[in-house]
Design a protein around this ligand. Structure first.
Ligand code: FAD
Ligand code: SF4
Ligand code: SF4
Ligand code: SF4
Length: 437
């Protein structure tokens, strides 16, 4: 995070790229850490004029430091947990091919394609894996064609510095109306930046935010490949999802052979639950549902769609812009949607995890380290929630242990049969059954 005196705490930085994207003097650069795929910002103090724009746009500074107080699960409403919205839907792309190659129902890609085709946008900001090397830096794409939008379909579980491209959006004359897809931290950075940069604000037609409990660093991808018995140097292409729902992790080798397994096999579910390989900043993130987007989308981890192998997205329409593009795409038969109870949207996630993410930011940062306490005390000057702090410490311990070399070595040796047993047990428990079918 960029603090008032422009120091950056690596633990809080989400690597979103907003600071680099907004700096009018090119004084901030994100550096890529090739060993784990993280991005960290550095400021050239000789170039910096202390205008403060990077700090004001940084999503590591919360817009709502209060968040939701630590209520019991029973007393929280969907409104508390999802943030502001007009309507909630389930839905999918009516193009079956798109739906099957996407992460959930292809809703995000279908809406972008529709907006481009109907000239509501001339550009879409999307991200794809590096074509030359899936372990290289992900490619940010200012897509001008349908092919480019489709090439970025599917979730990428690795750090993405999406917002470093803000400067290009502002300066390029061929970009007049753009739609942006990103994680909640990207969308919050965009929202703050457009508040200060009117030229950026004018160009944004709408934003689509993905629900997000955590992203992963490259250790996760390396472990996936080792479970698939793939040597990374043999890799020609890779995808985390696709091939129906919940989709397959698929590795294609240079000799044309493929290795794949269901997204939830080989213990990957465990890696998600334990937050293994999540960047530390994800522990401090308070926006699991992209509250600053016009539309938020999520995987439909609920009982009624558990047998749907084609894919369904859950949709939160938050603003007039979001509601209008969805209605028009529905009218023109590009997508199918159905109203769904917002409580079900919340229930598609681990409800407790959403609540714990949303509890106040101050609690989280105070659990970090004394130097940050001082900054927070000056800004917020309020008490912290002890239960939230204890939970954070617990999660942080899980995260640390399950990202360690010792854990990785042990995990690689666990036979697949063991994970299948756990999966079967989980299927018997109602609460988990829809997540692992
Ligand atoms: C890191 C991560 C964590 C997630 N966590 C959850 C979760 O906890 N619960 C849940 O329900 N859903 C989660 N999702 C969202 C879910 O996986 C789907 O992305 C979402 O349901 C939209 O699916 P779709 O089929 O409509 O999107 P698609 O049509 O497949 O389009 C996906 C779009 O997302 C963009 N994109 C993909 N990865 C990234 C990235 N890392 N950063 C920025 N943009 C990206 C692509 O450019 C593409 O435009 C997560 C996604 C990611 C990337
Ligand atoms: S704007 Fe993003 S990349 Fe820059 S310091 Fe803040 S969180 Fe980190
Ligand atoms: S304070 Fe202004 S000039 Fe300095 S790094 Fe931040 S945005 Fe750039
Ligand atoms: S949890 Fe998701 S939205 Fe939050 S900082 Fe991590 S990647 Fe960004």
């Amino acid at each position: 995070m960029i603090t008032k005196n422009l120091n950056i705490s690596a633990d809080l930085c989400k690597g979103c790229g907003t600071c680099e994207g907004v700096c009018p003097h090119g004084a901030v650069k994100l550096l890529y850490m090739a060993e784990d795929g993280r991005y960290l910002p550095f400021i050239d103090k000789d170039q910096c004029i202390q205008c403060g724009l990077c700090l004001q746009s940084c999503p590591a500074w919360p817009s709502d430091p209060e968040g939701v107080p630590f209520k019991s699960i029973k007393s929280t409403t969907a409104q508390d947990l999802l943030g502001p919205f007009q309507n909630t839907y389930s839905g999918f792309s009516n193009n079956r091919q798109l739906r099957r190659t996407s992460s959930s129902g292809g809703l995000a890609t279908a809406v972008l394609l529709y907006a481009l085709r109907t000239e509501q946008i001339d550009t879409a900001l999307v991200v794809k894996l590096n074509e030359d090397n899936p372990f290289g830096e992900p490619q940010l794409v200012l897509a001008k064609t349908e092919t480019e939008i489709v090439s970025a379909i599917g979730s990428k579980y690795l750090p993405v510095p999406l917002n470093r491209i803000i400067k290009q959006i502002i300066t390029r004359e061929d970009i007049q109306r753009i739609a942006i897809v990103g994680l909640p931290c990207h969308i919050e950075g965009i929202r703050k930046a457009r508040h200060h940069l009117k030229k950026l604000d004018k160009k944004i037609a709408f934003t689509i935010g993905l629900f997000c409990r955590q992203t992963k660093n490259l250790g996760f991808t390396k472990l996936l490949l080792s479970r698939l018995k793939v040597d990374p140097s043999d890799l020609q292409s890779f995808s985390y999802r696709g091939g129906g729902w919940p989709g397959y992790v698929t590795a294609k080798m240079n000799d044309g052979n493929m290795s794949k397994c269901l997204f939830f096999d080989e213990g990957f579910l465990l890696l998600w639950l334990l937050q293994s390989f999540a960047p530390k900043a994800c522990m401090f993130c308070c926006d699991p549902t992209a509250e600053y987007a016009d539309i938020s989308v999520a995987d439909a981890w609920i009982e009624e769609f558990a047998n749907d192998k084609e894919g369904v997205s859950l949709i939160v329409a938050r603003t007039n812009e979001g509601e209008s593009i969805l209605n028009n795409a529905l009218r023109d038969s590009v997508i199918s949607t159905q109203s769904i109870d917002p409580e079900k949207v919340v229930g598609s996630q681990i409800k407790r995890a959403i609540l714990r993410k949303k509890i106040n930011y101050r609690t989280k940062v105070t659990a970090l380290k004394p130097s940050d306490h001082k900054i927070l005390k000056t800004i917020f000057n309020q008490k912290v929630d002890i239960r939230g702090m204890i939970h954070l410490k617990q999660m942080e311990s899980f995260r640390k242990i399950t990202s360690s070399n010792l854990f990785v070595t042990a995990f690689q040796k666990i036979p697949s049969a063991f994970f299948n047993k756990i999966k079967k047990k989980a299927q018997k428990r109602k609460a988990l059954s829809s997540r692992v079918k």
